[in-house]
Write a protein that binds this ligand. Sequence first.
Ligand SMILES: NC(=O)c1ccc[n+]([C@@H]2O[C@H](COP(=O)([O-])OP(=O)(O)OC[C@H]3O[C@@H](n4cnc5c(N)ncnc54)[C@H](O)[C@@H]3O)[C@@H](O)[C@H]2O)c1
Ligand SMILES: O=P(O)(O)OC[C@H](O)CO
Length: 412
Amino acid sequence: MSKTSLKHKVAIIGSGNWGSTIGKIVAENAKEHKKLFETTIVMWAFEEDVDVPNDPGLWEKLGAGPVKLSHAINTVHQNIKYLPGVRLPDNLVANSNLQDTVKDATILVFNLPHQFLSMTLSQINGYHRPYARGISCIKGVDVADGTVTLYSEMVMEKLQIYCCALSGANIAPEVVAEKFCETTIGYDSPPMDYKERDGSPRDNRVKVDEQRQSNSKPTHIKLSPIPKEYPPVESSLLKTLFERPYFQVHVVRDVAGVALGGALKNIIALAAGFVTGKKWGENTKAAIVRIGVLEMVEFGRTWFSKSVDERTFTEESAGMADLIASCNAGRNYRSALRSVEKGVPIEEIEETELGGQKLQGISTARAVHEFLSKEGKLDKFPLFASVYEIIENHQSVEKLPSLLRKDPKAQN
Ligand SMILES: NC(=O)c1ccc[n+]([C@@H]2O[C@H](COP(=O)([O-])OP(=O)(O)OC[C@H]3O[C@@H](n4cnc5c(N)ncnc54)[C@H](O)[C@@H]3O)[C@@H](O)[C@H]2O)c1
Ligand SMILES: O=P(O)(O)OC[C@H](O)CO
């Protein structure tokens, strides 16, 4: 391997519950792999005034009144709003200036609630390095003009950089407590950066929509090669950046499967929360999980058949394992359960009980419903359709079993 003289500078875009957890992981690895990565990891924090928890140690350093989130992170090395009680590494530095955070970065880790990505990318565009590479840890899908877009694709389209995906059974508080778990990286960049950089012609275009069945979107982006002074960005480098003894990384080529698994399981987790809230027991929840995984597979098979590997849904952490974790302990599950117990809309639980954290299942259920409706395929996805009907208050949770029965006559 040729010698490289520059190190990658990694920036984390987002500093919520998962953003801060991934920031910790990446900062730990940057410290251990000094030849590959700059030690300081900058994490963009959407600036807000946050209350200081009732803790004499924190009050001594921050005062008792509200403080800026980025100031708190950099002063006490703790995200006191989104990941309270966890000591973050000293080399993880919060920056409230988005353009400043990305300007020198060669690897951009996107980790914020999906509803904020599009706006955030618009603010980044033009300030990032054209040869930067992205990885999306975001769970959700976007639907606009009748087309479903993965967030890794949205990054590619808006910033004209390659972007892969990371997803798995990764409930942040458990990961940050360093309990053993696994994750999946979907990475399929063409081997362009280092193989043919001696000037010989090569096709370094990536087809944004090559993962889909139909070509309804603009097709190509032209990737800028990473200067040869940097270590090559390839799957082994990404594994080094994210793998910890407590966080095992498996890399596959199926970006769409990884991204879809993370998005669609949030709809299924809402249904699992509804049935637990009703105290219908484990058999019912198992039925929800079984039907849910089949709908995930069908979704991938129908609209992303050129790249989805169905084994991602059944064998990878980004598939079945994430579904199990999310349907037992995720925020979507817990909030749906609470909404049934309290008899209030799930948004009210999000607003009052999540301390500013955001649910991804509600907007994903709406986006997927819009897409299925436009495709005329709602009948093929009864679970996804039913969750939408329940959160929109068109159906009650009591109706869920009848909505899922195969015999249409039994649905009244
Ligand atoms: N938390 C988990 O256990 C977990 C695990 C795996 C994956 N994920 C996924 O990671 C992604 C990020 O989730 P999270 O848990 O870090 O977020 P979160 O639920 O903690 O949401 C809070 C974040 O939203 C940001 N925010 C609020 N308003 C904003 C605005 N107007 N613009 C930009 N940012 C704004 C806050 O600054 C904060 O960083 C999601 O897609 C989620 O599904 C979460
Ligand atoms: O808390 P949730 O429901 O957003 O799920 C968290 C993670 O995605 C679980 O892997």
